[in-house]
Structures are given as structure tokens and as C-alpha cells.
Design a protein around this ligand. Structure first.
Ligand SMILES: O=P(O)(O)OC[C@H]1O[C@@H](O)[C@H](O)[C@@H](O)[C@@H]1O
Length: 283
């Protein structure tokens, strides 16, 4: 379909990109992965997302940065041995379709859908759509609908890489309680207060946390509002970035993943649907 006036379509290295430019913000979306790469609100012209300068933007690998869509499993939680199936599922490495676009008084809405939702490790009938609204805030809603005759279980995440000027001057507010530490055999730990990032961090906060805020240099920068989640994941590879081929060794200084997630297994009955939402709210 032809998109609306605020959206420009371009191609590069075999990938198709949608660039949104409206009264409120600019944004960039790759149809490969249904992957949002940029959100710059016009209120302050500051980029809210981070994309690695070494990201593969040619369809060979998932894109490092922006908002990878994890579905129908999170990380390697696919029930087989690690590496047997792609980490974070198979939506972030396929080409999505543009279903609809619309300009409204409050922004531009783009609806995307993956080309396929059934693959090794997940053989169920369902529809997946993602509605992206680019306005004063960026709102992303990922809906999974069971169109089959048997229930199924799935997980998903909006694995957002937020841009921060410097990780050592960054603090997260709004997260309390315990988290599961992937770096310590999933041991349960107490969330630090203040919540700063001082080393490699890979945590699943298993609670339906609705609002978390990223503060940089003591000032609120980006609020992350979640809905339909059972967890919030916080990830920064720190010096481990040096061993990630599509990150540079110091890339960790300018990013922080705060991921609106389902990690505990959501069962959908036939006919039922679930929406995972993340809003990125500039402060
Ligand atoms: O390198 P990937 O597959 O994009 O994953 C990045 C990270 O994603 C996070 O969500 C996981 O908690 C980490 O364990 C993982 O390393």
C-alpha cells in the first residue's frame, strides 16, 4: 500500500525503510524486523533510541539497537538447548508488511505485520500486528491473536535500546522489589536504590511494572510506560560489548535496554488476543 504524506519509503542494501516526519517528531522504521530505529521528538530534538554504528543493516543479522521485537520466545527460552533456535524468536529477522498508515491530529499511525508467524519451535495459528504511533510520544502496541482451535503459550518483548548520553550518569527510577539475575544463575536479588548501572547488567524484574524513568545527569530524560507486560528487563553488556561483533567496545556507554516483556509464559485461548504496549515519553 502507499503510505500517507508524512511517511517516505526508501531502500538501502536490500532493506526498506519508512521515515516519518510530522508536526511532532521524526522516526525511522525498518521493514526488516518490523524494527524501529529512531524517535526524535520535535519538543527537544533529542534522539531517544540507540543503534550501534556497527549494526548489520543488510538483513544478515538482527539489527543491534532500536526496538527489536522478540517473539514468540524471550532470549533462549524456547525449550530446546541453547542455540538450537534463534535467540529472541524469528520476527526480528524477517521482512514485515506495511498494512496501514494514517495521519491523525495526534500523529502518524503505522500498522505492520510479519510475513509469517509459524516456524520451527512455534507451530500455532495466530495473527501478529504492531501498531506504531509517532506523536509527542512513540507508542508501540504488539498484538498476538490466537486464530487456531487450541490454546498456545508464548512470550514476547519490545527490547528497546534507549540512548543515554553517558551510562555512568544514568539512573532508572520506578523499579523496586526483586529481580532474577541472569549473570548469577538467575539468583534472586534486591533492586538497588538508587538504580545505577555500574557493570554488566542482565536482569529480569518479574513484575508488571508500568512506569520507569531514565534520568541522565540527574534530570528526567525518557519515561518508559508499559502495559500487558509481566516483566521489565534491564540489560547493558558493559565491557562485554567488546565481544559482540556488531557493537564497538565502548558502545555500552551510550545505551541502556529497558525491555517491556512477557517472560513468564502467556497462554492464549482460541479467539483470545494479547497486546504488549510500550510508550516512550520524552521528559
Ligand atoms: O544479542 P541479542 O540476541 O540481541 O541479545 C541481547 C541481550 O538481550 C537481553 O534481552 C537478554 O537479557 C540478554 O541476555 C541478551 O544478551
Amino acid at each position: 500500500m502507499s503510505p500517507v504524506n508524512s511517511v517516505t519509503v526508501s531502500e538501502s542494501n536490500g532493506l526498506t525503510f519508512l521515515d516519518v516526519d510530522n508536526a511532532f517528531a521524526t522516526a525511522r522504521i525498518s521493514l526488516f524486523g518490523g524494527h524501529i530505529l529512531s524517535f526524535v521528538p520535535k519538543s527537544d530534538n533529542k534522539e531517544r533510541l540507540w543503534v550501534s554504528p556497527h549494526a548489520y543493516l543488510n538483513g544478515e543479522r538482527p539489527i543491534r539497537g532500536g526496538i527489536p521485537v522478540c517473539w514468540p520466545w524471550f532470549s533462549d527460552d524456547h525449550g530446546r538447548e541453547k542455540g538450537a533456535l534463534p535467540a529472541h524468536g524469528f520476527l526480528r529477522t524477517q521482512v514485515w508488511k506495511l498494512i496501514h498508515s494514517e495521519d491523525t491530529e495526534s500523529g502518524t499511525t503505522i500498522t505492520l505485520s510479519p510475513s509469517f508467524t509459524r516456524a520451527e519451535g512455534f507451530e500455532n495459528d495466530c495473527n501478529v500486528t504492531m501498531v506504531i504511533t509517532v506523536g509527542e510520544t512513540m507508542d508501540v502496541a504488539l498484538t498476538t491473536e490466537n486464530t487456531g482451535v487450541v490454546p498456545f503459550e508464548f512470550n514476547c518483548a519490545l527490547h528497546t535500546y534507549f540512548h543515554v548520553d553517558h551510562i555512568q550518569h544514568t539512573q532508572i527510577t520506578g523499579i523496586e522489589g526483586q529481580y532474577k539475575d541472569k549473570l548469577d544463575d538467575w539468583g534472586l536479588k534486591t533492586t538497588p536504590s538508587p538504580y545505577t548501572i555500574t557493570g554488566e547488567t542482565d536482569r529480569i524484574h518479574v513484575a508488571p511494572i508500568k512506569t520507569a524513568e531514565i534520568e541522565v545527569e540527574g534530570k528526567a530524560f525518557t519515561e518508559v510506560v508499559s502495559d500487558g507486560n509481566d516483566s521489565l528487563v534491564v540489560w547493558n553488556p558493559w565491557l562485554g560489548a567488546a565481544s559482540i561483533s556488531d557493537m564497538d567496545p565502548f558502545g555500552y556507554k551510550h545505551m541502556l535496554c529497558v525491555e517491556t516483556s512477557l517472560t513468564q509464559g502467556k497462554t492464549l485461548s482460541p479467539g483470545a488476543s494479547h497486546t504488549l504496549k510500550q510508550s516512550i515519553v520524552p521528559k
